[in-house]
Structures are given as structure tokens and as C-alpha cells.
Design a protein around this ligand. Structure first.
Ligand SMILES: [Zn+2]
Length: 201
């Protein structure tokens, strides 16, 4: 998804800004001066993180900007470690609004294409600003080889202890998935806090 889409779903974006500590006003879905101020502060924080930790390819950048600043910091540290390890890694997915998640969920069910997600809107960690998926590229070609993703996780995880990796999940392993460790591993609890604009990472 894009920062623009995030911004268009005002209630969603207010929850996001409030949970991330930029907004303290009502979650009313109307874009007033306080939402505007929070948006400006959020973007400024993102720019200063990029300045400090470096910028990456356009696709990664468009996804990083949809993450909480805490997650932006870790995502940039992550990409730096990949670069130092000689790997071409890009962030191919970041935050999704509930509406976007519902579209993804419909794929392979009520819409055409293969099933790509088991989570409806509000049921994925991608809905709360803390998760991203990576792609490993070899000479520009996207890799679907699980062993490459597992090998990369073994390099990165010991160096960033704030991360949870989808490859460690018991039910449905998700090797390209990383997210910040939150106050709970229960998505329903995170969802409740996010929707109230409370802190969960
Ligand atoms: Zn994911």
C-alpha cells in the first residue's frame, strides 16, 4: 500500500498516528488541524530516520513510510544489515488499511486469483503499522526459495532483538515476514489497542 492510501482512510490514519504518539485528539474520521499537525510531525520523523540510517530502493521506501517510526528505524537497520551481508533485499509490503486487507482476503475466495492471505481486515499485523514483508532478489529476480529466507533470518535476528520473525510461527510459517515485538502476540489484543489509539509497541 502507499502512504497516500493510508492518508485517505482518515479514521485508520488517526488511529495509526495516535498509537504512534503523534495525535491526541478524537478518532472521528475528519481531517482537522490536529490531524494535519500529526501528519506533518510523522513525516518529519520519518525523514530524520531516513537521514540517519540511509535510503533504499523506491519500492522499499514506499513501504517503509507506511510504518510506525519505531518500525521504520528497525526496517532501515534491517536493510543496512542485508546490504552489509551482500544481499539485495527489498521491503515489498508494509502497512495495509482494513479495506486493503479485505481485498487481499477476497482473492481466491470471492475474487479471482490464488489465496494470498488468511487474515481479514483487522486480523493481520500488517494492519497496525508494525509489520513488513521482504523479497530477496538475485540479479534482479525475486526469490521464492524458503532456504534463502531462513538463512537471511539467521544473519539478521541475532543483530536486532526487537523483531519477531514469521518463520518462527508454529501454525503458519511466513518466512518473508518481520514485525516489531508488541505487548502481546495476540492480534485481537493489538487490534483493540490500535483502534483506541493506545500504545502497543
Ligand atoms: Zn507479512
Amino acid at each position: 500500500m502507499s502512504y497516500q492510501l493510508l492518508k485517505e482512510d482518515v479514521v485508520f490514519y488517526q488511529r495509526f498516528l495516535k498509537s504512534a504518539g503523534f495525535y491526541t485528539d478524537k478518532l472521528d474520521g475528519s481531517w482537522g488541524p490536529n490531524t494535519d499537525k500529526a501528519d506533518t510531525a510523522f513525516l518529519a520523523e520519518g525523514s530524520s530516520i531516513a537521514e540517519e540510517l540511509g535510503k533504499f530502493d523506491a519500492r522499499s521506501e514506499s513501504n517503509i513510510i507506511t510504518l510506525f517510526p519505531k518500525a521504520q528505524t528497525e526496517a532501515r537497520r534491517f536493510l543496512n544489515l542485508c546490504k552489509n551481508a551482500g544481499k539485495d533485499v527489498r521491503i515489498i509490503s508494509g502497512t495495509r488499511t482494513y479495506a486493503e486487507q479485505d481485498v487481499l482476503y477476497a482473492q481466491g475466495r470471492t475474487a479471482n486469483g490464488p489465496i494470498v492471505s488468511h487474515a481479514r481486515g483487522g486480523q493481520s499485523n500488517h494492519n497496525f503499522g508494525i509489520a513488513w514483508d521482504i523479497g530477496i532478489f538475485n540479479n534482479g529476480t525475486y526469490s521464492t526459495n524458503d532456504s534463502e529466507y531462513i538463512a537471511l533470518a539467521k544473519i539478521i535476528l541475532p543483530q536486532i532483538n526487537t523483531l519477531e520473525w514469521g518463520g518462527n510461527w508454529h501454525s503458519l510459517k511466513d518466512n518473508p515476514h518481520y514485525q516489531l515485538k508488541a505487548v502481546s502476540e495476540d492480534v485481537a489484543i493489538i487490534r483493540g489497542l490500535f483502534e483506541k489509539g493506545e500504545v502497543f509497541v
